[in-house]
Design a protein around this ligand. Structure first.
Ligand code: SF4
Length: 401
């Protein structure tokens, strides 16, 4: 990632625009930057289209924000493309279509890129604490300018997911999942995933960030929370600074978000709000605190104990959605019990007899109870197992990649 489209790294600027529609807010925020150096450049927009969801649900980046960025950069003389590598089990074509990004791209004859289509490029992470290399989607290294375009979300594992964390969607196929499978760092209380994201942020640094706060997600993000309409767009060169301002708007602080704090301590960006030039001066009027993610899943489902040890957000999202939809009916399948134990994640050393073990990470306990395979598992597969006891046929998701 190179180019003279950059900023003062010690005193980064971040701009916030609100009060109009997503397209207009995006054009307005980008008008605060000198886009002239983009003339003749190849620009890759990397929105968060990791899941299949329509714009407005707070799950994927609003299509009109992507449209605004595409138009502003094209107007500046750049050639724009849009790319994503979604979470495991998501078909990118469907995700582009449902999000509205496909239509945006077609209308503008912009290239849409399945970042998983070509072989990965191995990139060394010098000085990484928990990872020493990454499998990176090749376009991310080939384009002159990469723009991180997340949607403003709370995240059950990482606190928030914004411009820095959104770059995890530039990791090739299932290599993303490995961030959730790392052993605990000896002598550290930090979750390994947060250390891994900070390792990644020293290598996969976007050249520019546009954070979509049109409709964010509060609570059980990144996939199972509630939409949070906000109507703002945040932009800046330093992804840490843009994230820090977004954190304030969301009612939290980057210092409380481990991957941002660790990355900033290592010198990858600025999160000290006093060192960031934020415009307009009255940007704090956009602050609207988001409900934080719950500490434990079982708080939401009192008759169900969830043994969640080192699971991924993909597994958690599947389970949360399933429980939200089925919590009244699930005990129909367990008529003799009043309390149900469900296990997800690779870290469960023991589980009680009769546990509903969900996801391939719990396969070691399959003899103890009921096992639902998949990585991630899907809600329909859980229901199939509960209804019909189908446990042995291969999951189409497992076979996909
Ligand atoms: S089974 Fe679930 S927790 Fe395990 S790697 Fe797959 S998605 Fe993650």
């Amino acid at each position: 990632m190179e180019g003279d489209f950059s900023c003062d790294h010690q005193n980064p600027e971040v701009h916030v625009c609100g009060g109009n529609g997503p397209y207009e807010n995006t054009l307005a925020v980008l008008s605060r930057f000198d886009l002239a150096p983009l003339k003749g450049k190849q620009v890759l927009l990397k929105p968060n289209i990791g899941r299949v969801a329509a714009s407005g649900a707070g799950i994927t980046t609003e299509a009109l924000v992507v449209a605004g960025a595409a138009d502003a950069f094209t107007e500046a003389g750049a050639t724009v493309a849009i790319g994503e590598s979604p979470i495991t089990g998501v078909a990118i074509k469907e995700a582009f279509d449902v999000s509205g990004i496909e239509r945006i791209a077609q209308e503008r004859s912009i290239r849409l890129i399945d970042l998983d289509a070509r072989p990965f490029v191995k990139v060394a992470v010098h000085g990484g604490r928990v990872i020493d290399s990454l499998k990176v989607c090749p376009e991310v290294l080939e384009y002159d300018i990469v723009v991180s375009m997340p949607v403003m979300k709370m995240h059950m594992h990482t606190g928030v997911t914004l411009a820095v964390k959104n770059m995890k969607g530039c990791l090739w196929r299932r290599s993303k999942v490995k961030f959730h499978m790392l052993p605990q760092v000896k002598g550290s209380e930090e979750k390994s995933i947060n250390v891994a994201i900070s390792d990644m942020s020293g290598v996969l640094r976007p050249d520019f960030s546009i954070i979509d706060g049109t409709t964010g997600m509060e609570g059980m993000g990144p996939g199972s929370g509630s939409p949070k309409p906000l109507g703002v767009v945040v932009a800046g060169f330093d992804p840490f600074a843009a994230d820090a301002v977004s954190c304030r708007i969301m009612g939290t602080r980057a210092e409380n978000v481990p991957h941002l704090r660790i990355g900033a301590e290592r010198g990858y960006g600025i999160i000290d709000i006093e060192k960031i030039a934020v415009y307009p001066q009255d940007w704090r009027k956009y602050i609207s605190p988001f409900i934080p993610p719950p500490e434990k899943l079982e708080f939401e489902f009192p008759n169900i104990t969830v043994l969640d040890e080192n699971s991924c957000s993909a597994c958690q999202s599947t389970l949360l959605l399933f429980l939200k939809q089925q919590k009244e009916k699930i005990f129909d399948y367990f008529p003799d019990i009043e309390e149900l134990t469900i296990a997800i994640g690779k870290g469960n050393k023991e589980v009680p007899a009769g546990t509903l073990c969900i996801g391939n990470c719990t396969a070691a306990h399959k003899e103890k109870g009921i096992f639902v395979q998949g990585c991630p598992p899907v809600g329909s597969e859980i229901m199939n197992v509960l209804k019909f006891g189908i446990t042995d046929h291969p999951s189409p998701l497992c076979a996909k990649k």
